[in-house]
Design a protein around this ligand. Structure first.
Ligand code: NDP
Ligand code: A1CAB
Length: 261
C-alpha cells in the first residue's frame, strides 16, 4: 500500500524525489512557493501546493529538500505538525543533531543524486533513532530512487562530495570525451553515443565482475597499442589529482554548510 508523502521544497532534487515516489505508487504532495514552476509535477500526478504545514501535517513521511539556508525557517514553520514523524532530509551539510535541534521529528539524513530521474541514484542515509519497521520503510522509499546504503553519519559529507555532486564531475568527463571524438572527426551523435555507452558499459562491467578499475584498464591496454598513448596523456593532465581535489573541495564545502542553517 502507498504511503502519504510530502516533499517540502520541490525544486530540482525535490521534484525528482516527488516523481519517483509517485510513480512507485505513493500519494505525493510537493511544496514550493512558486507553484507555477511545478507544472511538470502536476503532469505526473503529484499534488502541488504552497502550504507546507498542510502538506507535512497530512503526510506519514516528509522529505525535506530546500537549500541549507532555508532549513531553519522551514522546519520552524512545520515543527509542530511533524512532531514524532519520519522526516527525511536530503539537505547537504545539515547534521542530524542540527535537524533535531530544530524539530522533534524522527530524522533521517540522506544524500541521493540527480540520477533519481533515471531511478539510478546512489543514495546513502544515516539515522540513529528509528526502529526496525521505520528503517525498512525508509529503505523501501529510498530504493525507488536507485541503490541505497546506510552509513555512519560521519561519512555523509564525504558522500555528498563524491556521489551527491558526482554526476556533475562525470558530465565534465563525458563532455570532454565527446569533444575528443569531434576533434578526431566523428559525427556528433556517434561521438555522444560512443562516450555514453562506454561509460555505462564500463560501470556495468565493474559492477558485474567486481574487478578493480586498474584491472579492467590492464585488459584494455594492449602493449604498444593505442590505449597506452591515450592513458599517457591523461596522466600528464593529472586527471586523478583533479578528480580527487574535486571530491575533497565538495566534501569540505558540505562540512561548512551547517553554519548556514
Ligand atoms: N540538486 C542535486 O543534485 C541535489 C541536491 N541536494 C540538496 O537538495 C536541496 C535542494 O537542492 P536543489 O534541488 O538543487 O535546489 P533548488 O533550488 O532547485 O530547490 C529548492 C527548492 O526549495 C523551494 N523552497 C524555497 N523556500 C521554500 C519554502 N519556504 N517552502 C517550500 N519550498 C521552498 C524552492 O522553490 P520556491 O523558490 O518556488 O519556493 C526550490 O524549488 C539542497 O539542500 C541540496 O543540498 C541533495 C542531493 C542532490
Ligand atoms: O551542489 C549541492 O550543494 C547539492 C548537494 C549535492 C548535489 N548538489
Amino acid at each position: 500500500m502507498g504511503t502519504r508523502i510530502a516533499v517540502v521544497g520541490a525544486g530540482t532534487i525535490g521534484g525528482a524525489i516527488a516523481v519517483a515516489l509517485k510513480e512507485a505508487g505513493h500519494e505525493v504532495v510537493a511544496t514550493r512557493r512558486n507553484v507555477e514552476k511545478a507544472s511538470w509535477l502536476k503532469e505526473k500526478g503529484v499534488t502541488v501546493t504552497r502550504d507546507n504545514r498542510k502538506a507535512a501535517g497530512e503526510a506519514d513521511v516528509v522529505f525535506l529538500a530546500v537549500k541549507p539556508g532555508k532549513v531553519g525557517a522551514v522546519l520552524g514553520e512545520i515543527a509542530d505538525v511533524v512532531e514524532g514523524k519520519l522526516v527525511i532530509s536530503v539537505v547537504a551539510g545539515v547534521s542530524l543533531k542540527e535537524l533535531k535541534r530544530l524539530a522533534s521529528a524522527k530524522f533521517v539524513r540522506a544524500m541521493p543524486n540527480i540520477a533519481i530521474l533515471a531511478r539510478e541514484s546512489f543514495t546513502a542515509y544515516s539515522t540513529d533513532d528509528l526502529d526496525g519497521d521505520e528503517v525498512e520503510l525508509v529503505e523501501r522509499l529510498l530504493r525507488t530512487f536507485g541503490a541505497c546504503v546506510r552509513v555512519e553519519e560521519e561519512h555523509m559529507d564525504a558522500i555528498t562530495g563524491l556521489s551527491g555532486s558526482g554526476p556533475a564531475y562525470v558530465t565534465v568527463f563525458l563532455e570532454a570525451m565527446v569533444y575528443g571524438g569531434l576533434r578526431v572527426g566523428l559525427p556528433r551523435d556517434v561521438a555522444k553515443l560512443a562516450a555514453l555507452q562506454t561509460l555505462l558499459g564500463t560501470a556495468k562491467l565493474l559492477m558485474e565482475t567486481e574487478a578493480h578499475p586498474a584491472e579492467v584498464r590492464e585488459w584494455v591496454i594492449t602493449p604498444e597499442g593505442t590505449t597506452i598513448d591515450g592513458v599517457f596523456e591523461l596522466e600528464e593532465g593529472k586527471i586523478r589529482t583533479a578528480v580527487m581535489k574535486a571530491v575533497d573541495a565538495a566534501t569540505k564545502k558540505s562540512r561548512i554548510l551547517s553554519k548556514k542553517v
